[in-house]
Design a protein around this ligand. Structure first.
Ligand code: NCD
Ligand code: ZN
Length: 346
């Protein structure tokens, strides 16, 4: 017997599409199920000016296969030299939907991020004034802070001071991985939201490290203890409006993942919606999946939910997903939850 679930078409509020051959290969994987996505600007070199955003958006649209409908929601990469007028003009013309803050050195291609937060105070104040949201990679980079503590320390040392100093600034804590992140969002007001990835609802740090190191489960922020995964599950499946889906689907080729110094990132664009249906069903919360994947994100960003729909179907046989996507840069391994999933987008 099959079961089906129809939802408004989802959006992805945190996505890495890359550029060139990789963009060409991964864009259809997202556009097949998602209507819109917030596009991360951590290219090499990063997307730091409005002119670069325009050029990148045009490359994405050019890579979109005919007949696919998808709207990239562009972001500007915040640096200590970001020009507030350039940013404000890009926001006023709807070229950008938000601005991305990477602490310098926090993750893949973040070397041009912010080291001294005082240097971006003026830009953040301007963003609060014009209502441009800030998407935050919430990890400190101090060598003396344990990698598993970096999110919680960021909240105390960086995020909370920034929010107190900049009333009205709308902030999205991206890819939260801890109970601390969940609690901080719950304690905040309507100007604070958070994205949660698919993989952080599924794996904890044991999955990465027990029984041999699993490079395809390594991402940043790194998955934490089980209690944190459970807090994320509770938040995502609660339907609460300030938690929404941001897959952080971050493709790297297999040689770059399966290496002595492997890149961070899980590639989940292809199977995210079936995996989420599995997770929400497991928690008795299928009725909240639409809020998490399709309604809460647009509401936070002041946009309408999509008019079109997708249908998820559960079959007796497990769904067969490709294990890898081929790209002209090399193969990219799809995130494998480690158990059979019976849902598919039909
Ligand atoms: C992302 C990437 O590869 O660009 N990697 C990741 O592990 N999530 C960067 C990021 O979002 O931190
Ligand atoms: Zn990311």
């Amino acid at each position: 017997m099959s079961q089906s679930l129809t939802l408004r078409r989802p959006d992805d509020w945190h996505l890495h599409l890359r550029d060139g051959a990789m963009l060409q290969a991964v864009l259809p994987e997202t556009a097949r199920d998602f209507a819109r996505a917030i596009i991360m600007p951590n290219l090499v070199p990063p997307v730091v000016t409005a002119a670069q955003v325009t050029a990148y958006r045009d490359r994405i649209l050019a890579a979109l296969p005919q007949g696919m409908d998808f709207k990239p929601l562009m972001t500007l990469y915040l640096t200590e030299d970001t020009d507030a007028d350039d940013l404000a003009a890009a926001h006023a013309s709807d070229l950008i939907t938000s601005v991305k803050l990477y602490p310098a050195g926090a993750t893949t291609n973040s070397a041009s991020g912010v080291a001294n937060f005082d240097k971006v105070r003026g830009v953040l104040e301007r963003m609060a004034e014009i209502g441009c949201p800030l998407c935050v990679h919430g990890e400190v980079t101090d060598a003396d802070i344990d990698i598993f503590d970096r999110e919680a320390v960021f909240i105390d040392r960086v995020l909370d001071p920034i929010r107190r100093a900049t009333p009205g600034l709308r902030v999205v804590m991206e890819h939260i991985t801890t109970r601390d992140g969940v609690d901080y969002v719950l304690a905040g007001g309507d100007d604070l939201g958070a994205t949660i990835t698919t993989h952080h609802l599924i794996i904890n740090r044991n999955h990465i490290l027990v029984g041999g190191i699993k490079p395809h489960y390594y991402c940043l922020p790194v998955a934490k203890r089980e209690e944190h995964r459970l807090a994320l599950r509770a938040a995502a499946t609660s339907g609460r409006s300030r938690f929404f889906l941001g897959t952080d689907s971050a493709p790297h080729t297999d040689p770059n993942k399966e290496s002595a110094c492997g890149c961070a990132g899980c590639f989940t664009a292809t199977n995210t919606m079936p995996l989420l249906a599995h997770v929400f069903e497991e928690d008795g919360a299928l009725d909240q999946l639409e809020a998490f994947a399709s309604l809460n994100g647009p509401a936070f960003y002041g946009l309408s939910a999509n008019d079109t729909q997708i249908t998820l179907t559960k079959s007796a046989n497990p769904t067969v997903f490709p294990s890898k996507i081929d790209t002209d840069d090399g193969p990219v391994t799809l995130f494998d939850p480690g158990y059979p999933v019976h849902w598919s987008v039909t």
